[in-house]
Ligand binder design. Structure first.
Ligand code: AMP
Ligand code: ZN
Length: 138
């Protein structure tokens, strides 16, 4: 993808603060970090989102994220970390090249990955679940 900014970063055509690189991935600083050390895992090959990521690459993302999260704890004293994959514009994805955020977290820091807890009406959960089960079967 010639005009994809994360392809350019992953290939080193645009400079970035890089903390990890192998043949498949690069992990770089997010330019507007939620907390200092906020990382983005970028596959070197373009995939628009998690649904388009080849399975063999997808299988490597979570172990890498865990390794990077542990490094954030060790290096920065983070007490935890969030792994975030926004998928689609409605979900907040702004760069259409798959990336996983690895965000170092500290007790009492600003809420970052949060939602207002909702509720189901009587019988609604079963109906919603049935639709999802049908979609999985199709
Ligand atoms: P998302 O909203 O999940 O698509 O996240 C895109 C992320 O990419 C945001 O957190 C941006 O701050 C970050 N970002 C955008 N451009 C760059 C860039 N050139 N270098 C590093 N991070 C970037
Ligand atoms: Zn790309």
């Amino acid at each position: 993808m010639a005009d994809c900014i994360f392809c350019m970063i992953a290939k080193g055509e645009i400079p970035s603060t890089t903390v990890y690189e192998d043949e498949t991935f690069k992990a770089v600083f997010d330019i507007s970090p939620a907390n200092k050390g906020h990382l983005l895992i970028l596959p070197k090959a373009h995939a628009a989102n998690v649904c388009e990521l080849p399975e063999e690459m997808a299988a490597k993302v979570l172990p890498l994220a865990a390794k990077l999260g542990e490094a954030l704890k060790k290096a920065l004293g983070a007490e935890g970390f969030n792994l975030v994959v926004n998928t689609g514009e409605a979900a907040g994805q702004t760069v259409m090249h798959f990336h996983m955020h690895v965000i170092p977290r500290y007790k009492g820091d600003s809420p970052m990955v949060t939602w207002k807890p909702g509720a189901y009406e009587d019988g609604e959960a079963a109906k919603v679940a049935e639709k999802i089960v049908e979609a999985l079967r199709a």
